[in-house]
Design a binder for this molecule. Structure first.
Ligand code: SF4
Ligand code: SF4
Ligand code: SF4
Length: 266
């Protein structure tokens, strides 16, 4: 199955927020209310899985989970509550989630939110309307379906990437020569093109984050323990060899091994 994605063209977006409303209604998230820990209801929250950011020149850009090709959130989750689905959506299984929130720390885009005000809190973020589409209730996400000007469209990521490049090539004087999401964090399912810069968090790398960090973090302790054990074994073997040589040289069976070896082998 091909990787699905969303292409948003900032030059076409009119900032109507129909995408935001449609997401809330389709996913029954409830309405955001100001809280002491998040007074801004326009910010992403457990009840707002997509939002709009203002850009220079009166532009807007959508912000939501970017459905990374190699999602750091899923790599960080110790119980597999976040997983990459065959269609590319990064989906969430609340029954598996143990609430550790490692995913929130791992996401370079700072996307997942936690439903702090519920009795049993869950991690919340856009899931690319995966379940609704899989159940046949929709053929595309609610947000893209709701957009009145097709500023945000759903499709195969490769086709969307080609369309993004086609638009840039067609109007090089209009667009910044960049498809946001083509390479960031190893590539994402959410793509943007724009005529103004779209700032990303400084934590967003251009190579896959799981490769760069999570695998390293996971293998360091094993490597450390393995190397440590190997070094101890090596020192023991060298010490034993030295003692045997000393015995052979003295011919009396008395061990002449250096004191340092004895000390280090204990
Ligand atoms: S944007 Fe964050 S939450 Fe979404 S898939 Fe990437 S790492 Fe996971
Ligand atoms: S894809 Fe679905 S869950 Fe994600 S922002 Fe759009 S409507 Fe919301
Ligand atoms: S519905 Fe379309 S035009 Fe309106 S804010 Fe969302 S992306 Fe922009």
């Amino acid at each position: 199955m091909s990787h699905k994605g969303i292409l948003t063209d900032v030059t076409r977006c009119i900032g109507c927020a129909s995408c935001v409303t449609a997401c809330r209604e389709a996913n029954d998230t409830g309405s955001p209310v100001p809280t002491p820990w998040q007074p801004d209801v326009n910010e992403l929250s457990a009840t707002r899985w997509t939002t709009l950011d203002r850009l220079p020149g009166g532009r807007f850009v959508r912000r939501q989970c970017r459905h990374c090709l190699e999602p750091a959130c899923a790599s960080a989750c110790p119980v597999g509550a976040l997983q990459k689905a065959p269609d590319g959506a990064v989906i969430y299984d609340s029954a598996r989630c143990m609430g550790c929130r490692y995913c929130m720390m791992a996401c370079p885009f700072a996307i997942p939110r936690y439903s702090w005000d519920t009795a049993v809190p869950y991690v919340r973020k856009c899931v690319l309307c995966h379940d609704r589409i899989a159940r046949g209730e929709a053929t595309e996400p609610a947000c893209t379906e709701a957009c009145p000007v097709e500023a945000t469209i759903f499709g195969d990521r490769e086709a969307l990437l080609a369309e993004a490049k086609r638009r840039i090539a067609e109007k090089p004087d209009l667009y910044v020569d960049r498809v946001w999401g083509e390479h960031e964090a190893g590539g994402t399912g959410i793509l943007n093109i724009s005529d103004v810069d779209i700032p990303l968090p400084a934590t967003v790398p251009t190579d896959p984050l799981p490769e760069r960090t999570m695998k390293v973090l996971r293998t360091v302790p094993a490597v450390f323990v393995g190397v440590g054990a190997a070094m101890v074994s090596l020192r023991w073997l060298i010490g034993r060899r030295d003692r045997l040589r000393a015995e052979a040289a003295s011919g009396d069976g008395h061990t002449e091994a250096p004191a340092t070896d004895e000390k280090e082998n204990h």
